[in-house]
Design a protein around this ligand. Structure first.
Ligand code: ATP
Length: 374
């Protein structure tokens, strides 16, 4: 699911192809070597025997060796071949075992980047207070930091919007918050607990995520909404759909809530998929909401239609919204302008419009008309 959430399917498939091609080439090389090696050894054996028989005959002729002696020597010689051959094979086995052992050790050495502490704290329902405290982060193997000295906090009922040019680190903040990665310095706190001290379940169960590219799976509408919480009742599912403005279009589908929506929700429009995702998040009823600008890619009408459900979803929760087109940031309690992994400005919409060149520029690009009259 993570692979899908981050759109890495193609990358993973290519990687498997690449690795299998490499493995096939190595096997082929090994088979070729074996093919070459076996006749070579047999040839050498035959040559040795011929040499001994030749030399023995010579010695026999000169009277220095009896025929019985020669026969005994040849018999013993043939008995020596087999253990020598076995020793050769043993060498092969040792070499390949060595290579395998290296792989095993490499594998054992690879610690998953995220590990729970020995006695993780479990919290049932968080209040939703999040704080980033001087967080630094670098992707494994990357030269540049993706996040530098990041400090901010947010409480229940507040909305924090993250804006900034592409590659500024907005999605990375979400990944660090969900603990897909740990910071290299600094802390992320949930209700005052360092999230590294919490069980992963406590952390992730308290967050509902609505992504740009909504995950709708091949099942019924009911399954798709109920996915937010397995134990949801029919009544709760319908209530969530109503709150997400999804009830009407669901009833208009051929089988209502039992309609199978097809792979990736093919039967639904982008806006409908998003409303389904909002219903799913409603059912999940987590105190923290992570929204990756759910209006991206929708036309103005569809985007407008999901703003109402979104607002209802955000009420009473701590919301972090990653904003790409700045549609939903005007009402945010606090907006952070990110550039190169750093916060370069913070404030409300009005404050930033007056005080941050980057924000004003980003905003103007997306809202020409409104900016002119602002
Ligand atoms: P966008 O608006 O385009 O989604 P963003 O602000 O969300 O951009 P991030 O995806 O957080 O930006 O990326 C921040 C930086 O980290 C970029 O320089 C990016 O190249 C780098 N980055 C992102 N993901 C990885 C990764 N898995 N491995 C290495 N570097 C990464």
């Amino acid at each position: 699911m993570l692979v899908q959430a981050y759109g890495q399917e193609e990358f993973e498939v290519n990687r498997v192809h690449r690795e299998s091609r490499g493995s096939f080439a190595a096997e082929l090389r090994s088979a070729r070597l074996k093919g070459l090696y076996a006749p070579l050894i047999s040839g050498l054996e035959a040559l040795g025997l011929l040499l001994v028989v030749g030399l023995g005959t010579w010695e026999l002729k000169n009277g220095r060796l009896s025929i019985g002696g020669l026969l005994v020597f040849v018999t013993y010689l043939s008995q020596v071949y087999s253990p020598i051959r076995r020793m050769g094979r043993l060498g092969n086995t040792v070499a390949s075992a060595n290579a395998s052992a290296e792989r095993v050790i490499e594998f054992l050495d690879q610690r998953p980047s995220i590990v729970e502490t020995a006695n993780p704290i479990a919290i049932e329902r968080a209040d939703g207070q999040i704080a980033f405290d001087s967080v630094q982060f670098r992707y494994p193997g990357a030269k540049k930091r993706a996040l530098s000295d990041l400090t901010f906090s947010i409480r229940s009922g507040e909305t924090l919007a993250l804006v900034g040019p592409s590659g500024a680190g907005k999605s990375t903040i979400a990944k660090v918050l969900l603990r897909f990665y740990d910071p290299e310095a600094g802390r992320v706190l949930l209700d005052g607990h360092d999230i590294r001290d919490l069980s992963l379940r406590s952390l992730r169960d308290n967050v509902a995520v609505v992504l740009q590219e909504t995950l709708v799976f091949d099942g019924t509408v009911r399954d798709n909404i109920g996915y937010g919480r397995r134990a949801a009742t029919e009544h709760e599912i319908v209530a969530a759909a109503k709150a997400a403005d999804a009830h009407e279009f669901v009833l208009a589908l051929p089988d209502g809530y039992d309609t199978v929506v097809g792979q990736k929700g093919r039967l639904l429009s982008g806006g409908q998929r998003q409303r389904l995702a909002i219903a799913r998040a409603m059912i999940r009823d987590a105190p923290i909401l992570l929204l990756d600008e759910p209006t991206t890619g929708l036309d103005a009408d569809s985007a407008e239609r999901i703003l109402g459900p979104l607002r209802r979803l955000m009420t009473g929760r701590a919301t972090i919204i990653i904003s790409h087109n700045l549609l939903s940031v005007r009402e945010a309690t606090m907006i952070l302008v990110l550039e190169d992994g750093r916060i370069t400005a913070r404030g409300t919409h009005a404050e930033l419009l007056a005080g941050s060149e980057t924000y004003a520029r980003l905003y103007q690009r997306h809202h020409h008309d409104e900016a002119a009259t602002a």
